[in-house]
Ligand binder design. Structure first.
Ligand SMILES: [Zn+2]
Length: 266
């Protein structure tokens, strides 16, 4: 069994403020350790369920957060950003049996996590076929392009609830809950145990489903906070620019949606 894990930090137990995930700030040293411990717990759960190969994508900011000396020897890792539109899922292909997400956070505009955002802090919201989309929304559709089911997610409670609504049967561990700029959270000691057990359970019960609803036509709407960002992106081929802060793009191929995001948002 081959397992892919996309690891972010803003849904890690305890995290409450952006500085804690920012390598320019001293707090990052502590929180990259919690991020790594949750990722390692997911690897251990996958291994216990029979995973023979695990590929991890470090998917936060610089994509150079995870502490390599803590990774088990059966794990490979993708660090940095290649420029490929798979972004936080880069390295995935149709040879994998399951996709797992750790440290994930709710979408821009959600009140469930003080660190909620979608891709960058410059985006007000992203709509996919009229529905507000999180990074998980986009990434689970990316996995579905390869036929790979999304079977487990850990992150804030709002993200977990949204994941369960999109993919019935996905196993989740809610590490924290937001109250405005504050959070109430599991201890890292507890979140790692819950994640190890959750991943093992998710992979042991032969994943059924795990694929989000497909569509014959994708409509992407990107609403920026600042009009200058929409103007710059409006020059992408096929991009509509219906209002000062809004870009709209249509395709029947989800990869084209990903490519449009790659070149207009990042
Ligand atoms: Zn992140």
């Amino acid at each position: 069994m081959k397992v892919f894990i996309s690891a972010d930090i803003e849904g890690t137990a305890g995290i409450t403020e952006h500085a804690e995930g920012n390598r320019e700030h001293p707090e990052w040293a502590e929180f990259r350790e919690y991020m790594t411990d949750e990722l390692v717990a997911a690897c251990q759960g996958a291994r216990a369920a029979g995973a023979t190969e695990i590929l991890v994508k470090d998917a936060h900011a610089s994509a150079r957060n995870l502490i390599l000396s803590k990774l088990p020897d059966y794990v490979s890792i993708v660090r940095g950003w290649s420029g490929h539109p798979d972004l936080m899922m880069f390295g995935l292909d149709d040879g994998f049996d399951a996709a797992i997400y750790t440290g994930y956070h709710d979408r821009a505009g959600a009140d469930s996590n003080p660190l909620a955002h979608t891709l960058t802090g410059r985006i007000q919201r992203i709509l996919l076929n009229g529905v507000p989309a999180s990074e998980f929304t986009l990434n689970s559709h990316c996995a579905a392009r390869y036929g790979v089911p999304s079977v487990f997610l850990s992150g804030d409670r709002g993200m977990c609830d949204a994941a369960k609504a999109a993919i019935p049967g996905i196993v989740t561990v809610a590490t924290s809950e937001g109250f405005g700029p504050a959070s109430r959270s599991m201890s890292p000691a507890r979140s790692t145990v819950a994640i190890r057990e959750g991943v093992q359970a998710a992979l042991s019960t032969a994943p059924k489903g795990g694929l989000p609803a497909r569509s014959d036509l994708w409509e992407l709407e990107i609403e920026f906070t600042n009009p200058v960002d929409a103007y710059r992106g409006s020059w992408y081929p096929g991009m509509d620019y219906p209002a000062p802060r809004i870009l709209r793009f249509r395709s029947n191929d989800f990869f084209e949606v990903q490519r449009a995001i790659r070149f207009t948002v990042l």
